[in-house]
Design a protein around this ligand. Structure first.
Ligand code: NAD
Ligand code: UDP
Length: 340
């Protein structure tokens, strides 16, 4: 019989792509999502792509009663935990929402898991926990830094509480996956990133400029010590990221303690290189203006993906061109995202 995986936040951007990868690999999937930043349409599209359906439960990870019922009624063997809030600027304005959803929500989820005897957990962390490293590429054994905002601090707090939890009880087997910059969409163009309002992240912003929804991109700073003065990041295709979750899920089965893996490509690109690559893939102009640096941004950030390659047998296989053309296919086929 196949395993059943609980995916919190599974209707969201990365969660929907990972749900698809799980279904395609033969897992049964239960998605728990409160839809605060997503549409149930994403899961309909997942079903269209693979011909299999995840079971969807609309609900909140902070709802202990619901979680207890869920674990009692389904034979869950592990949890992929994506649910949380992720907008950096909003986290500065509403820190309590971030600590409540991301930190308290994770505590409640872990309590319910322990109560149900489910001890295998894969957590969505972020390269933001490294703060401002002095050396590139970033390895997992680098010290965690001081995140510059409540969102980043909430991720680091959850990492630390999960470490404490694993130290307290050897049955826990936990993967902390530190994502670099997830971009792209499924090759079908049916699922992708559907941000609420004006996007904060670079690629959704660029693609909305290309489609004509936004006038021009603001490039935050061209005076960094980088290849062309603009910020450099390690962009990773969301389908590669989804595959990384499956590998982590399988690798930590029957294990004990906390394992940490960077999920990145090992290759950095500047903002202007991204603009150029997007123009090439889409055939659309992307007008931009140079503006001052965005507070809290670092100059450059890219992963050393060697540990994930050695221990998970996982490597990102999709290059920049594919990230751009898949983003464009999704954006041009769904100019209003899922809302139409
Ligand atoms: P997303 O907003 O598309 O997905 C998160 C999902 O969680 C949404 O569907 C939302 O409705 C749901 N959710 C939020 N709070 C919830 C709650 N209390 N109970 C139940 N459901 C809840 O975001 P994403 O980009 O898919 O990110 C997934 C995870 O990965 C997040 O934890 C995020 O912090 C982390 N992450 C994302 C990035 C990125 O750039 N996208 C980078 C690093 C880490
Ligand atoms: N960026 C930009 N304009 C935007 C959004 C982002 O110039 O409208 C730059 C940002 O300064 C950084 C890179 O693009 O160098 C990636 O930013 P994003 O917010 O996507 O991810 P981050 O690495 O900050 O999490």
């Amino acid at each position: 019989m196949s395993e059943t995986i609980l995916v919190t936040g599974g209707a969201g951007y990365i969660g929907s792509h990972t749900t698809l990868a799980l279904l395609e690999a033969g897992y049964e999937v239960v998605v728990l999502d409160n839809l605060c930043n997503s549409s149930p349409e994403s899961l309909q599209r997942v079903a269209r792509i693979c011909g299999k359906q995840a079971e969807f439960i609309q609900g909140d990870i902070r709802d202990r009663v619901l979680l207890d019922e869920l674990f009692a009624s389904k034979n869950i063997s592990a949890v992929l935990h994506f649910a949380g809030l992720k907008a950096v600027g909003e986290s500065v304005a509403k820190p309590l929402s971030y600590y409540e959803n991301n930190v308290a929500g994770s505590v409640t989820l872990c309590q319910a898991m322990a109560h149900a005897g489910v001890y295998r957990l894969v957590f969505s962390s972020s390269a933001t926990v490294y703060g401002e490293p002095t050396q590139m590429p970033i390895r997992e054994d680098f010290p965690t830094g001081i995140p510059t905002n409540p969102y980043g601090r909430s991720k680091l707090m959850v990492e630390e509480l999960l470490q404490d939890l694993a130290r307290s009880e050897p049955r826990w087997s936990i993967a902390l996956l530190r994502y670099f910059n997830p971009v792209g969409a499924h090759t079908s163009g049916l699922i992708g990133e559907d941000p609420n309002g004006i996007p904060n992240n670079l690629l959704p912003y660029i693609s909305q400029v290309a489609i004509g929804k936004l006038k021009q991109l603001s490039v935050f700073g061209n005076d960094y010590a980088t290849v062309d003065g603009t910020g450099v990041r390690d962009y990773i295709h969301v389908q590669d990221l989804a595959d990384g979750h499956l590998k982590a899920l399988q690798t930590i089965a029957g294990d004990s303690g906390v394992k940490i893996w960077n999920l990145g490509t090992g290759q950095g690109y500047s903002v202007l290189q991204m603009v150029q690559a997007f123009e090439k893939a889409s055939g659309q102009p992307v007008p931009y203006q140079l503006v001052p640096r965005r507070p809290g941004d670092i100059a450059e950030c890219w992963a050393d993906p060697a540990k994930a390659a050695a221990e998970l047998g996982w490597k990102a296989t999709r290059g920049l061109e594919e990230m751009m053309s898949d983003t464009w296919r999704w954006q041009s086929a769904n100019p209003q995202g899922y809302a139409h």
